[in-house]
Design a protein around this ligand. Structure first.
Ligand SMILES: Nc1ncnc2c1ncn2[C@@H]1O[C@H](COP(=O)(O)OP(=O)(O)O)[C@@H](O)[C@H]1O
Ligand code: SF4
Ligand SMILES: [Mg+2]
Length: 324
């Protein structure tokens, strides 16, 4: 079995004292793509920021361990952690424009990681950076290299940021909704590039998305989050074939048809994700769950092994198959 590049255990993050990530644990093996899915507000980005050591000022890491290989990142000095960022670990952010420096030329921003982490001369640094811009589908890369972010479209800024993340061929890539702002052709190109990176350099990828088509196409394993927790986790084929948590059942049944047959009306999940501080007692999905009963309101279900592989947290997992 290949070794785990990333191991997260019992991660807890709060904002103003309210939990937003509440006991999350998962691992990603070398060269594996783990997809984290769930509606907006479930704590996916906060989990990613915690792994990067880039939580926003309002958020606090309360407890848990985050290991890159054997190194515990939570106890690592900031200077050492900074050294890992951009080289061993890189992140593609959900908000591309906010993560580019408006005052610095695009090319210089792509080069920065190379300058910090690689010992190349300036001509070689420039050559590698321009090649990277080309690889992420930016036309006229030498011209774009000399421009400022405001001179690029939103989609192009997204691609420039992806180039920044990939330039040092990181061991672990965290991609938070990486292709949301991109049209389908460029999206396919970026996803292909990420796969190629995995295949050629063995990059391990944590891919956050709510596009189930992307999950089906990219992921080896899937973790479904709801209200700050992982509520089901399994290899991709297993979880698309059979879900043991009603939320995963509803979410994964919204996968678009890839065979070209006309779309039928997709089942929707009634209600919304509860705000932080308003999570219900018992199972947090109970106000929206068609299978909820008294036990669900009173007691929180633990993550328990699924019948085949993986784990799910539902008192009535045996009834989920007959739900839809
Ligand atoms: N800067 C912030 N200030 C206050 N609350 C925040 C901030 N960022 C995120 N949150 C809250 O934290 C929770 C988890 O957010 P997030 O991790 O971004 O969810 P996801 O990525 O799954 O959509 C949400 O309830 C969100 O409203
Ligand atoms: S524990 Fe109960 S409320 Fe929660 S998902 Fe399962 S059936 Fe629904
Ligand atoms: Mg997010």
């Amino acid at each position: 079995m290949s070794r785990n590049v990333l191991t997260v255990e019992d991660l807890k993050v709060t904002i103003h004292g309210q939990p937003v990530v509440d006991g999350v644990g998962f691992h990603v093996a070398e060269g594996e793509i783990l997809s984290v899915v769930g509606e907006s507000g479930c704590g996916k980005s906060m989990t990613a920021f915690a792994v990067m050591g880039l939580l926003p000022a309002v958020a606090r890491l309360e407890s848990g361990s985050i290991r890159l290989g054997d190194v515990d990142l939570t106890t690592l000095a900031e200077k050492k952690r900074r050294k890992l960022r951009g080289d061993d670990i890189a992140m593609i952010f959900q908000e591309p424009v906010a993560s580019l420096n408006p005052l610095m030329k695009v090319g210089r921003q792509i080069e920065e990681s190379l300058i910090v982490h690689r010992n190349l001369d300036s001509a070689e640094t420039r050559r590698v950076a321009i090649a990277m811009l080309e690889e992420v589908g930016i036309p006229e890369p030498a011209l774009r290299f000399e421009q400022y972010p405001f001179e690029l479209s939103g989609g192009m800024c997204q691609r420039a940021m992806i180039a920044m993340a990939l330039i040092c061929r990181p061991k672990l890539l965290i991609a938070d909704e990486p292709t949301t702002a991109l049209d389908v052709t460029i999206q396919a190109q970026i996803l292909e590039l990420m796969k190629r990176l995995r295949d050629t350099t063995g990059t391990t990828i944590l891919l956050i998305t709510h596009d189930m088509g992307v999950v089906a196409d990219m992921a080896d394993r899937v973790a479904v989050m709801y209200a700050g927790r992982i509520i089901e986790e399994a290899p991709v084929d297993a979880i698309f074939t059979r879900q043991e948590h009603p939320y995963a059942r509803l979410l994964l049944s919204t996968i678009p048809r890839l065979d070209g047959t006309p779309k039928t009306v997709l089942p929707t999940i009634e209600g919304t994700v509860p705000d932080i501080g308003e999570w219900p007692a018992g199972c947090r999905f109970n106000p929206r769950c068609p299978l909820a009963d008294r036990q669900c309101v009173e007691r929180h279900p633990p993550l328990a092994p699924r019948a085949d592989a993986g784990a799910a947290a539902c008192w009535h997992s045996d009834k989920v198959g007959a739900m839809l």
